[in-house]
Design a protein around this ligand. Structure first.
Ligand code: GAL
Ligand code: CA
Length: 351
């Protein structure tokens, strides 16, 4: 009797097993069993940052495209730290406890990566930092930490070159008061951000190297933000008026904010030249219509692609050596491109 029971149970299991596996095929004949989930967690320092939202959207698009022609279901879960490191640490903790395959971090405070790194490391989940570069000491904490960013020196130098070229082609276009010096102001991003420090240092280099005298009237923090830049520019207009010849802005959002102040002003006879960085769509329009003299494209499409490729490889075979441009086994740094009225059409088309 007992034996009979066992046999019938066994048969039942086999029947269920067979019918289950019969459903395990998709319409196209691929085995559902081979479809693995890839879970990628992404935490942003601020989702309302124009450049960051551009890179994030691209990341989601690339993932969707890849999912279509792979045997993986790819989930990208994007969360906003809203400028708070505490929020971000708990978001990373949640990704860890939910067993994500890779965690991508656009870190709020680049000097404070250690806690989240230790969390991810203890669960053996690789981390890809992007756009906001953790200090080297933290990047050395583990061999599954990566960084995707862009060569900040280049972006500053492109700004300087744009102004240099304008000066060379027609001095009076830049040196409005004809005193042989360029009077300039700088709108700076967040203090301590690698791009703020490096862009500010490098934007004047091409001019200095060409023996052009410069006079810095002022520099102010605008935290990458449009509204803060409008406020600063309004103050400068009051303080310096027509004296300002160039506005170097650490990014486009602030350049656009400065333009708003300039457009609403009727005390300045000739506007200063405004140059930005990022190449967001609105700034390309302003370059096209001549309100901005130029910008440097911060290639978010490329950076998003690299972040995704890395995340995908880390979640599948774990080997990222095929990633192009990988330096020291962990860094990928994108090139910037110069944009002025002369070539802006190319970039407007590709947006
Ligand atoms: C910079 C970018 C800025 C801002 C910042 C945020 O690379 O130029 O516009 O997005 O990153 O970290
Ligand atoms: Ca001058």
């Amino acid at each position: 009797m007992k034996i009979l029971k066992k046999i019938s149970l066994c048969l039942l299991t086999v029947t269920i097993g067979t019918s289950l596996s019969a459903c395990n095929y998709n319409n196209n004949g691929t085995n559902k069993d081979s479809i693995k989930n890839i879970k990628i967690g992404v935490t942003l320092y601020r989702q309302d940052d124009a450049f960051i939202s551009a890179i994030t959207k691209e990341l989601e698009d690339v993932a969707k495209e890849k999912e279509g022609d792979s045997n993986y279901k790819i989930t990208i879960n994007v969360v906003d730290a809203k400028g708070s490191l505490t929020n971000q640490n708990s978001q990373v903790e949640r990704f860890v406890s939910q067993n994500y395959d890779v965690i991508c971090v656009n870190i709020v405070d680049r000097t404070a990566a250690s806690m989240m790194i230790d969390k991810a490391k203890s669960a053996n989940i690789p981390m890809i930092f992007f756009n906001r570069e953790p200090v080297e000491e933290d990047m050395e904490r583990w061999d599954k930490l990566y960084y995707v960013g862009a060569k900040a020196e280049q972006s500053g130098e492109i700004q300087g070159k744009i102004i240099l070229d304008a000066y060379k082609s027609n001095r009076s276009l830049v040196d409005k008061n004809g005193d042989g010096k360029i009077q300039y102001v700088v709108l700076e991003g967040e203090p301590g951000h690698q791009d703020t420090l490096i862009r500010t240092e490098h934007c004047i280099k091409p001019l200095i190297e060409n023996g052009i005298e410069l006079e810095k009237l002022s520099d102010e923090i605008g935290n990458w933000q449009y509204a803060q830049a409008t406020t600063k520019m309004n103050q400068w207009i009051k303080e310096f008026g027509d004296k300002i010849e160039v506005v170097f802005s650490n990014n486009d959002e602030m350049a656009l904010g400065a333009l708003e102040a300039l457009n609403n002003d009727n005390t300045i006879k000739r506007h200063p030249l405004v140059v930005g960085i990022d190449g967001i769509p609105e700034s390309l329009t302003q370059v096209k219509n001549g309100a901005m003299i130029g910008t440097a494209i911060n290639d978010y499409k490329y950076q998003a692609k690299v972040i995704f490729n890395m995340a995908y490889l880390l979640s599948t075979n774990g080997d990222i050596s095929s990633v192009e441009g990988l330096e020291k086994g962990k860094y990928v740094m994108a090139d910037y491109s110069e944009v002025t009225k002369d070539n802006v059409d190319i970039y407007m088309k590709s947006k």
